[in-house]
Design a protein around this ligand. Structure first.
Ligand code: GLA
Length: 372
């Protein structure tokens, strides 16, 4: 059993005096296909080797008790009140968003330990949702689209965030050494082998601008209105020549990003199959430009990291990843150049913003599993 799982079991036993079931689910980094998931488009995430462990066992106290090891915070509620709770805007929302969908019997204890950095665009929330559902005894087999949908509902139904399904899907279906090409309309996925000669490095801006959540909702609404003008159910069904049917110029730019981004995902997959690293890198840069100018979800810190990274020898491509307005960039770097990349970019960012960025040289990893 992995060292982390043992550590989590010991911490659980010390706190609650019973032996738990443990599940883990990974974070993800999205290589390309940004903001396309809620437009039923294409995305290409990899599950990463940073993950969330959740331990849980029944109690007979009639309460749900939860504890975050990372934050050293605890919460508890009578089981009978769970279905009537409202989101309060902190980490416990993700747990309640799941717990309210599963039978809790006469009570439950939960302990969480995560190495996915919180709020950094690497999907710490989906990792927590999926691991919580498994630890609380979600009954199906893995991997499962039903589990991805249940986890997504924690955000859409309980927290009222209209997010797509990419993060939960990646946390469940992730594959070691490969990326996942997900079609968010059919919910079918394919594993895409990545060339060996490339390292994936996420760089954390260490900022999260407040605008993020409201802008996300706004983008979802802008895309819906663009689809309405064109007369299609979602922008997945729109074609480039129809963009001129969109009346609002801002919505038109948003839609242009979605259409061009879906196309870039396909081109990236093709380039990856051919081992064409230069082309893969070029597509990342183009994606960033489109997110910066058409979709407008980047920020000064993300733009700086993406632009400056491209000046470092050995960087193949760089762009923001995740929702935007802070969080991380994802970079494809020649393996031999990773150390230089970190040093050069780290000191440039520190000099510019007075903040030390954090680097994660991630490896594509397996999706969620039950450990005991
Ligand atoms: C967030 C959401 C995802 C997706 C990305 C942008 O991570 O949770 O569903 O929309 O933003 O690609």
């Amino acid at each position: 059993m992995a060292g982390t799982a043992q550590f989590v079991i010991q911490a659980f036993e010390a706190r609650y005096h019973s032996t738990p079931d443990v599940a883990r689910a990974p974070g993800r980094v999205n290589l390309i296909g940004e903001h396309t998931d809620y437009n039923l488009g294409l995305v290409l995430p990899v599950a990463i080797d940073l993950d969330c462990y959740v331990a849980s066992a029944p109690n007979r106290l009639g309460v749900l008790r939860i504890h975050s090891q990372n934050l050293d915070q605890s919460r508890e509620w009578p089981v009978g009140q769970i279905s009537g709770l409202r989101a309060i805007g902190d980490w416990s929302d993700y747990v309640i968003g799941i717990a309210r969908q599963l039978p809790l019997g006469r009570g439950r204890d939960v302990l969480i330990h995560s190495s996915v950095p919180l709020g950094s665009g690497l999907s710490s929330s989906a990792a927590l949702e999926v691991a919580t559902a498994l630890a609380l005894g979600w009954p199906g087999d893995l991997p499962s689209i039903e589990l991805a949908k249940l986890a997504q509902r924690a955000e859409t139904d309980f927290m009222g965030v209209p997010s797509g399904i990419m993060d939960q899907f990646a946390a469940i279906f992730g594959q070691r050494d490969a990326a996942l090409l997900i079609d968010c309309r059919s919910l079918e996925s394919q594993t895409i082998a990545l060339p060996d000669a490339v390292a994936i490095v996420a760089v954390n801006t260490m900022v999260k601008h407040e605008l993020g959540q409201s802008a996300y909702r706004q983008r979802v609404a802008e895309c819906a209105s663009a689809a309405l003008d064109i007369g299609v159910e979602s922008l997945r069904d729109a074609e480039a020549h129809q963009l001129e049917l969109i009346r609002d110029p801002i919505a038109q730019r948003r839609a242009r990003h979605i259409l061009s981004e879906n196309q870039r995902v396909l081109e990236f997959v093709e380039a990856s199959r051919k081992g064409d690293l230069r082309e893969m890198g070029r597509l990342l840069v183009e994606s960033h430009r489109s997110l910066e100018h058409d979709y407008e979800v980047t920020c000064a810190e993300l733009d700086f990291l993406a632009d400056r990274a491209m000046q470092i020898e050995g960087t193949l491509g760089a762009r923001m990843t995740g929702g935007g307005f802070g969080g991380c960039t994802v970079n494809l770097v020649e393996p031999a150049a990773v150390e230089r990349f970190k040093e050069t970019l780290g000191s440039a960012y520190l000099e510019k913003f007075g903040i030390e960025p954090v680097f994660y040289h991630v490896r594509p990893s397996d999706g969620a599993q039950r450990i005991s």
